[in-house]
Design a protein around this ligand. Structure first.
Ligand code: ATP
Length: 349
């Protein structure tokens, strides 16, 4: 009997986060395939704050519905996983629309950087969805390539609203205050623990994602004036920032288009009031450049996915082999057993 949860039959693990495991699941009656985010109750039952966070994620997601967002389907705070061996584990679960294509992070990390045409295609989808999220009064606060997933048809989907908050701030001031998110994508004002505007910090992180798509590496380690790369932006020396990043790239100084450099530089400004707003971003000339079609993106990403799957299979095989080795006492023990067995045979003769 496969493991089950509510009306779902659980399948393989799709990914895991700090507090959850996300599994592929199939509805028992409708056969609909979904992703289920499972949070173990034993880890969380004494933690009211944690439950509050989960509820915030659920409530936020329930207000959103967009083609480029992982849509919310169902939530259960009092459920039980029935394991294959009959054990029962109390859990909280969130049922989400399935994104079978995997994380944008893996595509860049494993299969290399994107052309500007492809990056533009996906950035348009990302910005459109983010604009929608902001228009619904929500800030995501954890924009990063690990939280941008691909649907089976290779359309982009923003995932993980675990850190989402009202864009107006909890006190209606228009500012949020809690320092959270992921270090390397945080805007300087978050690092410096200043009140910050959700739309501005989401766009800041999105500029970093775009830079990574096109180069396969981040623009800086941390957005603070002591960072060797970010320092150049803070000092208004974007020319030196781009010179440094163009070094050793194909075409050197010609690697980045002028409109790309202008867009990124103005989205990554130190002073939030000097950054492009969402309205400025969507009308920036970079977005009018040549853009891949969905069909082109699908063809390219199907090939990239095959490579990712191949690497994942290889890793899994290595893991399985290591596990088997450990279970049989390791290579040395196997060698001894093998030798012993053969010596034994020989000794008898
Ligand atoms: P984090 O520690 O990053 O905050 P989390 O516990 O909030 O993680 P998610 O980021 O929502 O969990 O999900 C973890 C991973 O599970 C994702 O990076 C992705 O690989 C996979 N995943 C999440 N949602 C889906 C989905 N709807 N379809 C397919 N895979 C998904």
């Amino acid at each position: 009997m496969p493991a089950t949860l509510g009306n779902y039959i659980l399948g393989r693990t799709l990914g895991s986060g700090a507090n959850s495991k996300v599994k592929l699941a199939t509805h028992k009656d409708t056969q609909q395939k979904v992703a289920i985010k499972i949070l173990k109750k034993s880890d969380t039952q004494n933690d009211a704050k944690f439950l509050e966070l989960v509820l915030t994620e659920v409530k936020t997601m329930a207000t959103l519905s967009h083609g480029n967002i992982v849509n919310f389907l169902e939530y259960n705070e009092n459920a039980t996983v029935k394991k294959e061996d009959g054990r029962e584990v109390p859990v909280i679960y969130i049922v989400l629309e399935l994104a079978t294509g995997g994380e944008l992070f893996d595509y860049v990390a494993t299969t290399g950087r994107f052309s500007e045409e492809i990056a533009r295609f996906y950035m348009k989808q990302c910005i459109e969805a983010l604009n929608y999220v902001h228009s619904k009064g929500v800030t995501h606060r954890d924009m990063k390539p690990e939280n941008l997933l691909f649907a089976g048809d290779f359309n982009l989907k923003i995932a993980d609203f675990g850190f989402a908050a009202p864009i107006e701030g909890r006190d209606g001031s228009g500012f949020n205050k809690t320092k959270l998110g992921t270090e390397s994508y945080m805007a300087p004002e978050i690092h410096m623990r200043k009140p910050y505007q959700g739309a501005s910090v989401d766009l800041f992180a999105t500029a970093i994602i775009l830079f990574i798509m096109v180069t396969q590496h981040p623009p800086f380690t941390r957005a603070l004036p002591d960072d060797p790369f970010y320092r150049l932006i803070c000092a208004n020396r974007a020319d030196l920032f781009w010179k440094a990043h163009s070094k050793n790239k194909p075409g050197n100084a010609d690697f980045f288009s002028e409109s790309f450099k202008s867009l990124i530089t103005s989205m990554l400004q130190f002073d939030p009031t000097h950054r492009l707003s969402m309205a400025d971003v969507v009308t920036h000339p970079w977005f009018s450049g040549p853009t891949a079609t969905l069909e082109q993106a699908q063809a390219e990403f199907a090939a990239r996915k095959a490579k990712i799957d191949e690497e994942a299979n290889l890793k899994q095989q290595q893991k399985d082999a290591q596990k088997q080795m450990a279970a049989t006492g390791g290579y040395a023990a196997q060698r001894r057993a093998y030798k012993g067995a053969h010596r034994g045979e020989g000794d008898e003769e």
